[in-house]
Design a protein around this ligand. Structure first.
Ligand SMILES: N[C@@H](CCC(=O)N[C@@H](CS)C(=O)NCC(=O)O)C(=O)O
Length: 229
């Protein structure tokens, strides 16, 4: 029996794992993609997790790993080569520092969407104020990421090799740009160059987003003051 990954191929968090598996060259994990067209969450997902979020990894012994970062760290232990965390404690600390900042950015972006996007109107309470604060925080984290990335002498965010930080950053920025039409903030030259470079990698080929969602999601920038964009 092999491991099973439950995902939503284009989703912000599951996409982290999708990019990682492509970079790692791991293909022996069964993948089950949920579909939002029949409503969310699907009953099978509710049975798997009280959080009802994806991604979820089920290991061979039935253990459920229900957080994208925990999944990536677990897979690093299972598939140590090529190393995508860092070869020394210091390099691993660096990767995790970047991951923490990007994860905060993703969280803020999610709040921005949930509170400010027509995609969530009618499903939860909208708040222009909350959306604006989250948008500001999202861009603040990206500026911080740009500063941290500029300290690195290497092609990738944490150095010369691809790490889980690249996978998580790519998933976040791609989701923001391609689904919601939210560009990188002005002035983040290092992050911009990294994003343009990483976008050309096979692992980062944009997934296909559900058309009905795409049609409403692209309205997000209009929900916030133009000064933030
Ligand atoms: N911290 C979790 C977040 C997972 C998450 O929020 N996933 C989204 C999909 S991209 C989800 O399942 N949302 C459904 C919901 O919140 O009901 C992780 O890193 O895995």
């Amino acid at each position: 029996m092999s491991m099973t990954l439950y995902e939503l191929e284009w989703g912000l968090y599951p996409r982290r794992v999708g990019i990682y598996l492509a970079e790692k060259g791991v293909a022996d994990i069964d993948r089950i993609a949920f579909d939002i067209s029949a409503g969310w969450p699907p009953p099978e997902l509710e049975r798997l997790s009280p959080l009802a979020t994806v991604p979820i990894l089920r290991t061979e012994d039935g253990t459920l790993v229900r957080s994208s970062i925990a999944i990536l760290e677990y897979l690093e232990e299972r598939y140590p080569s090529p190393d995508m965390l860092g070869a020394t404690p210091e390099l691993r600390a660096r990767t995790r520092e970047l991951v923490a900042v990007i994860d905060e950015a993703a969280l803020q972006f999610g709040i921005w969407c949930h509170k400010g996007s027509p995609a969530f109107a009618g499903r939860e309470e909208q708040s222009r104020e909350a959306a604006t604060i989250a948008a500001d925080a999202y861009y603040g984290r990206l500026r911080l990421l740009d500063t941290l990335a500029s300290e690195t002498a290497g092609t990738f965010l944490a150095g010369d090799g691809v790490t889980i930080a690249d996978c998580i950053a790519m998933a976040t920025l791609q989701f923001a740009e391609k689904l919601y039409g939210v560009p990188l903030p002005e002035g983040c030259a290092v992050l911009r160059d990294w994003y343009d470079m990483f976008s050309n990698r096979a692992s980062a080929a944009a997934p296909s987003y559900p058309k009905p969602l795409l049609a409403v999601a692209q309205g997000l920038p209009n929900a916030c003051p133009p000064t933030l964009l």
